[in-house]
Design a protein around this ligand. Sequence first.
Ligand SMILES: Nc1ncnc2c1ncn2[C@@H]1O[C@H](COP(=O)(O)OP(=O)(O)OP(=O)(O)O)[C@@H](O)[C@H]1O
Length: 521
Amino acid sequence: MAETLKKRHSIPRIELANITKQYPGCLANDNVSLTLMPGEIHALLGENGAGKSTLVKTIYGVVSPDSGDIIWDGKAVSIKSPSKARELGIGMVFQHFSLFETLTVSQNIELCLTPLQLTKIGNLASSITALSEKYGLNVDPDSYVHSLSIGERQRVEIMRCLVQSVKLLILDEPTSVLTPQEVSGLFQVLRTLAQEGCSILFISHKLHEVTEVCQQATILRAGKVIDTCEPAKETPASIAKMMVGELAEQDAGYSKKEGLHTVFSMTSLNLATKHPFGTSLKDISFELKAGEILGIAGVAGNGQDELMAIISGEDERNTGAALALEKQSIGQLSAAQRRKLGMAYVPEERLGRGAVPDMSLTENTLLTHSQGFIKSGIVQWKPLTDYAKKLIAQYKVKCHGEFSEAKSLSGGNLQKFIMGREIGQNPKVLVCAHPTWGVDVGAALAIHQALLRLRDQGAAILLVSEDIDELFLLADRMAAVCDGHLSPVVKTLDTSIDEIGQWMAGTFIHSPSHHSEETTA
Ligand SMILES: Nc1ncnc2c1ncn2[C@@H]1O[C@H](COP(=O)(O)OP(=O)(O)OP(=O)(O)O)[C@@H](O)[C@H]1O
């Protein structure tokens, strides 16, 4: 397939030649060369911190390389800004969307177009409708963004690129926030675009998706291209091996356990959302037991954020006895008081909520981990830095040491550090969202092992995730949230991906037998 593409179009869409980018103390891209033909879907793979984001940001004009050339449609170009990239026909969909919720789809798209582009397009709404039909994007120009699901918002971002006649579309981990159905819809759109000659560059840690949709892959390690392959001829395991070596073949030792006594409970919690486009929690009850992992599946935006915030105490409303830790009511306690009692959290948002971007890793450790590190009001820096160093080594966090600022770490490395920091508190209750989001296969395995070890030591773990496969691997019992309702809680071994998928779509909500606690023994 890739061969025929190359024969059909002799001029590559883009060629990167010896791109090098040095950050203080870190060679993020080291003589990277890569060629993309028109109509080629190309995966950029590598461990956390391998240099993938740096490379795509270079193409999109966000990062300027120290040396190397970019050749676009046969001509050397200098891409100094995203607007220059867009002018050439390069579009990028980031992991975090940048849409205004109070505006319509059309208004959002209009904001990123120049007056000249707008004149060329003419009627923007009809152009969106036409493109939507052509590519099966199902995007209504008049819908308000707040009413759209995550998958729909992503399609708006893609539409934003399409109206600008994109010739190269870059997607940074596009599937991590989508349901399985949305992922197959996205792939269909990508295939149609590619058939028309649009090149696609795709960063992903989900290797089975790469083998399904990409024709070529470039694998980076420590900033260098270490291999290329045709994913269709590989397996996820063989690609993982190229990325991280032998580790990929290990098994985390997954097993299912029966929980012991109840450690944490939520009883008939009703909570109106504070956010105009948030989700109210509706009569939620569940029990979390010592020595178990309870997984909560759901499409983003169905109450997960609100649930996490009220459990952690970040939402400061007093819920009294609706929340209990070891039979004591904790709904009236602050987040810090709950932490002192043995609760730990990993929020979805790494920078800003999981870690303070401008603080070092050592300082970030102190934020949630003061026990033993503060004596008579004075910070004990030596044990604190030693502990941060230990976390860095244990979770193989790639950084320039314990004094690196959180914002200088790649996404996956920061996630590893935050997970390590929270697991390291040996909490009684650990509540975490998307534990391995953006984390490479090797590191995901290490995080899984750490979570299972923590469970086996008797901790009660609540995992909130959109990744159903991961929940089935880790959770002992499972439930799903939809529109602020919690489904029945069942043993993982007694349910199926199909049933949980239906619950994620809300089939349990109107059923007369719906109640929030387990019915099966
Ligand atoms: N602004 C910065 N200052 C210093 N170092 C940086 C900066 N941005 C990135 N780095 C370093 O450059 C290296 C490559 O980071 P990059 O974000 O490109 O990796 P990645 O392959 O995209 O990782 P991930 O899969 O975790 O997103 C990392 O070691 C990172 O710590």
